[in-house]
Design a binder for this molecule. Structure first.
Ligand SMILES: Cc1cc2nc3c(=O)[nH]c(=O)nc-3n(C[C@H](O)[C@H](O)[C@H](O)COP(=O)(O)OP(=O)(O)OC[C@H]3O[C@@H](n4cnc5c(N)ncnc54)[C@H](O)[C@@H]3O)c2cc1C
Length: 437
């Protein structure tokens, strides 16, 4: 086995396969080590319209279209607002060039990306877990273990950490930080026979606010429904019964969800995850880079995880290519890379941190199409652009500022309710969910 490469990538999910494929295309020798064997289960099935140009660039758009179901909109539902439902169609975004995305089974999606990386010349290995690195010298050393227990040693000029929530380098360097602004926890599972929307709306993601957080329904192509509840951590901590029972009981709390589930059967055991909002205090160092969930993850509410991971993979490929070509530019290149990655994350964070606040809840649901003022329509188009993944489009800037301004005015007008929410959120952010790690 060859063991010397220009670049070694840890992890073969969306981030790792994107950066690996693009660097191999540019002529670098790339090795990618994945601890699992594809196809493997992964949560994160709802893509964003802005994923599509990346998939096209990688040459896998047709394959993804074949396994996916088209998602034209994100549908929000609330029991306490009028209207009780609002549908945000991507065709109404500021830039309507990408009017849909796909809902995919991640086992199939990630396998397509992994095989594509192999086809592009990346030396890919499955069932190989990276467990040690030495990054101090110009020649980096990486050790990994195969499923059979053999140790492999690799040498490279550059290491990319795309190990997802395992956060391989961030843990080793002790630079992983809990997100102080946001701590939710999730339960999820796949169901047979959940009622779907009809016609063009069949593939839309449905989101329901409820007392303890919010729920998602993501329809998959084979008739399965991915469902999940994102809850305040204290609520998950209050669980007395087995996870499956608690998950089902929670889903039943929204009457419309319960009605859509009247014939539903859980396809396999539910899963739970807490402490998922974090960031590494450093994105890159001499000869290494952290991308996707290996760098940071905030929350699934805007389905931004896969897009941000692949976007970081794409931008990371430009960064690594420039660095390997001109190592003296390290400081400037890193600064520029970090700035764009953080800017994109921040654009989503503004909404994510406030998503459960009664103020944003009301503001998002108040867009009665016919009665709308042109300014309100502009704001809605800007919000749809964020939902589509086009969060940093300069054309959105003014309308988003206006939307945010309106949020603060509404919060000030209903100061007591807003203050109650902020105090509650602050307390929840301190709840530890060690058992869900
Ligand atoms: C509850 C929940 C719901 C979500 N829903 C959505 C959604 O609807 N839409 C969306 O876009 N995002 C969603 N996400 C986020 C999404 O799952 C992630 O953001 C996305 O998978 C990140 O991609 P990645 O390539 O960075 O990491 P991953 O997809 O996790 O890939 C990392 C890979 O690295 C491998 N690996 C780890 N450690 C090692 C090692 N030491 N050696 C070798 N290989 C290793 C892993 O096996 C894995 O295959 C959700 C997240 C959560 C928690």
């Amino acid at each position: 086995m060859q063991n010397q490469y220009d670049v070694l990538v840890i992890g073969g999910g969306p981030a790792g396969t994107t950066i690996g494929s693009l660097l191999a295309e540019q002529g670098w020798s790339v090795c990618l080590l994945e601890k699992a064997h594809h196809p493997r289960f992964h949560i994160g099935e709802s893509l964003l319209p802005l994923n599509l140009p990346i998939l096209e660039k990688l040459g896998v758009l047709e394959q993804v279209a074949a396994i996916g179901i088209k998602k034209y909109a994100a549908e929000f539902n609330s029991e306490v607002t009028a209207p009780a439902q609002d549908i945000f169609y991507f065709a109404k975004a500021v830039n309507p060039d990408h009017p849909f995305a796909y809902e995919v089974r991640r086992s199939e999606f990630d396998e397509i990306l992994f095989k594509n990386a192999t086809a592009k010349g990346v030396a890919t290995f499955e069932g190989v877990t990276v467990n040690r690195v030495e990054l101090e010298q110009p020649t980096k050393k990486v050790w990994a273990t195969t499923h059979a227990g053999d140790t492999l040693e690799f040498q490279c000029r550059f290491v990319v950490d795309a190990s997802g929530r395992d956060t391989f380098l961030a843990k080793r360097f002790n630079i992983k930080q809990k997100n102080p602004h946001h701590q939710m926890a999730a339960m999820y599972g796949h169901f047979h026979a959940v009622e779907r929307r009809s016609g063009q709306d069949e593939g839309n993601i449905s989101i329901y606010w409820f007392e303890h957080g919010w729920m998602w329904l993501i329809p998959l192509k084979d008739g399965m429904m991915s469902m999940g509840c994102v809850c305040w951590p204290a609520y998950l901590k209050s669980r007395q019964q087995p996870l499956n029972a608690f998950f089902l009981q929670t889903l039943q709390q929204v009457p419309e969800v319960a009605a859509r589930m009247k014939n539903a059967v859980l396809a396999s055991d539910a899963s739970a995850t807490g402490n998922y909002s974090y960031r590494s205090s450093q994105i890159a160092g001499k000869g290494y880079l952290l991308i996707g969930d290996a760098y940071a993850f905030v929350d699934p509410v805007f389905s931004s995880g896969v897009f941000l991971a692949m976007n970081a993979g794409m931008k990371g490929a430009v960064y690594v290519n420039a660095l390997l070509t001109a190592p003296a530019q390290q400081v400037q290149l890193t600064r520029a890379f970090e700035k764009t990655i953080q800017q994109e994350m921040r654009a989503f964070c503004w909404f994510i941190y406030r998503f459960n606040s009664p103020t944003l809840h009301k503001l998002l649901m108040s867009s009665d199409e016919k009665a709308q003022h042109p300014l309100k329509q502009k704001m809605k188009a800007a919000v749809i652009s964020v939902l589509a993944g086009d969060a940093c489009n300069q054309q959105n800037k003014q309308a988003l500022l206006l939307f945010k301004g309106l949020y603060f005015v509404m919060a000030a007008l209903d100061f007591k309710q807003h203050w109650r929410f902020l105090s509650f959120q602050r307390k929840q952010n301190k709840v530890l969910l060690a058992e869900l790690k």
